[in-house]
Every structure is written in structure tokens, then in C-alpha cells.
Design a protein around this ligand. Structure first.
Ligand SMILES: Cc1cc2nc3c(=O)[nH]c(=O)nc-3n(C[C@H](O)[C@H](O)[C@H](O)COP(=O)(O)O)c2cc1C
Length: 304
């Protein structure tokens, strides 16, 4: 039988298969070590790190919805110092899989400080989470073309590491934001982050989340995420990590056919930690059945 090749390249980052563990959905790696072998996946993106530790939003932080998860974690994380000393070395030592570190700052200066801390580390890339609140303004960087361009350009000047930009879906035209990131020097685009949403408990008359506003993920968002991957594929030539509600092989294939070079797994991992292995096996079966043999041939093959 002909060998199936699942390898994919995200610019300078080579992945043995297209499965990427999405930021925030497997902690810092340690938490899932008995459930997922990080060596099985193509790449991992760490929980978003900020310069200083963050306690995050008041509980409840996660609630279930009809077809997904509503979360308001509020970027709770150990902060750069502890991450670099206690979390990253283990990740890099124990696994050969490329590790991408996700960062967020409240100001441009904070992003730049984080970049200088990460520059000499043996990581595969840096993902800019630009979906976090921008100080003093009622919008996130990723909702504005000019802000996106400015931040990515400033960061680009400070690092030679592969630069990923994680796009916010809470915009009118994601293609425009993607183009801004590309023009400013991004190497790879990750999309989408969660959709701004709210959950209400009619009995108590209160918001279900302590932080009131949350982000919706899971199967409910898949068709919208696919539409966004399609729009971004049409506007830029950058490699794309597509995500949003992927819960089985068919979902993964839909993103790849639409134009994603790799796919991110998030919420579904909470339900089925074995999903990575299942999708890898499923992709091989599909490619063999279709006699395609090279996953890359499928990327962006959508017939319209
Ligand atoms: C509990 C939770 C925490 C998350 N934390 C982060 C984060 O720290 N940084 C980030 O860029 N995205 C974060 N995300 C977004 C995911 O990486 C992903 O973009 C989103 O959930 C859509 O994919 P999914 O529908 O497969 O979950 C988080 C999502 C969830 C559900």
C-alpha cells in the first residue's frame, strides 16, 4: 500500500501531521501528559502568557451551551517568569514536537518585553494573541486593521522567530485584518479565537459567567469559522491554522479543504483527549480511500 504523507509546512515550521493543540485547551502540557502524547501531534500552542501573572476572571469561568463551551478564563496564567523557569523547559525537553508560545500584552510595550524574553528560547514560534483587551479602549487589537498592523510590525522588527497571529472572529471583515497582519510581517495566521457571547440563567436572573461576557467555542461556531478561513484563504497567501468546533475527522477535513494548512483542536479535547489520534487515523483512511496520498494536495481544494 502506498504511504500516506500527513506532513505539512507552516512556513519555516515543519509539522509531521496537521494537528495543532490550540492555545488554552491543554494547559502548559503537564496537565494532559497522561492523556495526550504531545509527540503524536504536529505542534502545540501554549496557554497565552502575559508579562505578569494573571488571576483571571471571577468564577464561574466555564459553562456548557447547547453546542459548545462559553468561557471567561480572563487569561489566567502563571506569568512569563514562572512559565520560562518552570513550564517551558519541561515541554522542550520531554517532547520533540514544535512548541509555539502564545503571548498577550495589555500594551505594545508588554508584547515587546515578552518577545525579548522569548527570543533566545528554542521554541518553534510565537503566537500573538491579539484578541485581548487593549488598555483604555473598548476594543481588542485584533478588531482594528491599523492596530493590528502597528503591533505586528513592531513585533516583527524584534524577532526572527516564526510569527503567528491569532485572529479575532469578532469583526466585520476578517480578510482585512488578515491582510494587515500579512503586510506587517506575520508568517502564519491562526483562526479563529472564540466568539464574544453571553449566557443568562433565567431562574436567578443573573449572567452565568462571573465575568458576564465570555467566548463561545465548540461545534456551534464551526460553520462561521469555516467561512472565515475561506475569506482569509482568498485574501492572503500565508499558511493558516484553522480551528473552531473541530470534533472529528470530517470537521478537520472541512477546514483543510477550505484552505487550512493545519487544524487546531480546542474544546473537543476536553471531551475526548484521544481525538488527536482518532483524527490522524481518520485522515489516513480518507486519503487512502481517495488515493490522494499527500495531505498538502487537499489544502484549499474546495470546489465552488
Ligand atoms: C477554556 C478555553 C481557554 C482558551 N484560552 C485561550 C488562550 O489562552 N489563548 C488563545 O489564543 N485562545 C484561547 N482559547 C481559544 C482556543 O484556542 C480556540 O481558538 C477556540 O476555542 C476555538 O476552537 P474550538 O472551538 O476547537 O475550541 C481558549 C478556549 C477555551 C475553550
Amino acid at each position: 500500500m502506498k504511504k500516506i504523507n500527513l506532513k505539512t509546512n507552516l512556513g519555516r515550521i515543519s509539522l509531521k501531521n496537521p494537528i495543532v493543540l490550540a492555545s488554552g485547551c491543554f494547559g502548559y502540557g503537564d496537565e494532559y501528559k497522561d492523556l495526550i502524547s504531545l509527540d503524536d501531534v504536529g505542534a502545540v500552542v501554549t496557554k497565552t502568557i502575559t508579562l505578569k501573572p494573571k488571576a483571571g476572571n471571577p468564577p464561574p469561568r466555564v459553562v456548557e451551551t447547547a453546542s459548545g463551551i462559553l468561557n471567561s478564563i480572563g487569561l489566567a496564567n502563571v506569568g512569563a517568569e514562572v512559565f520560562l523557569k518552570e513550564k517551558l523547559p519541561g515541554l522542550l525537553k520531554k517532547f520533540s514536537t514544535p512548541v509555539i508560545v502564545s503571548i498577550a500584552g495589555e500594551t505594545r510595550d508588554e508584547y515587546l518585553k515578552l518577545i525579548s524574553l522569548l527570543n533566545r528560547k528554542k521554541i518553534a514560534g510565537i503566537e500573538l494573541n491579539i484578541s485581548c483587551p487593549n488598555v483604555g479602549k473598548d476594543l481588542t487589537i485584533g478588531q482594528d486593521e491599523v492596530e493590528t498592523f502597528g503591533l505586528v510590525k513592531a513585533v516583527r522588527k524584534k524577532t526572527n522567530l516564526p510569527l503567528l497571529v491569532k485572529l479575532s472572529p469578532n469583526v466585520t471583515d476578517i480578510g482585512k485584518i488578515a491582510k494587515s497582519a500579512e503586510k506587517a510581517g506575520a508568517d502564519i495566521l491562526s483562526l479563529v479565537n472564540t466568539f464574544s457571547a453571553i449566557g443568562i440563567d433565567a431562574e436567578t436572573g443573573r449572567a452565568k459567567l462571573g465575568g458576564v461576557l465570555g467566548g463561545l467555542s465548540g461545534p456551534a461556531i464551526k460553520p462561521i469559522a469555516l467561512r472565515m478561513v475561506w475569506q482569509v484563504r482568498k485574501t492572503t497567501s500565508l499558511p493558516i491554522i484553522g480551528m473552531g468546533g473541530i470534533a472529528n475527522t470530517s470537521d478537520a477535513l472541512e477546514f483543510i479543504i477550505t484552505g487550512a494548512n493545519a487544524i487546531g483542536l480546542g474544546s473537543a479535547i476536553f471531551i475526548n483527549p484521544d481525538l488527536c489520534r482518532e483524527i490522524i487515523a481518520g485522515l489516513k483512511r480518507y486519503l487512502s480511500r481517495k488515493r490522494i496520498y499527500n495531505l498538502d494536495k487537499l489544502v484549499g481544494s474546495l470546489i465552488v
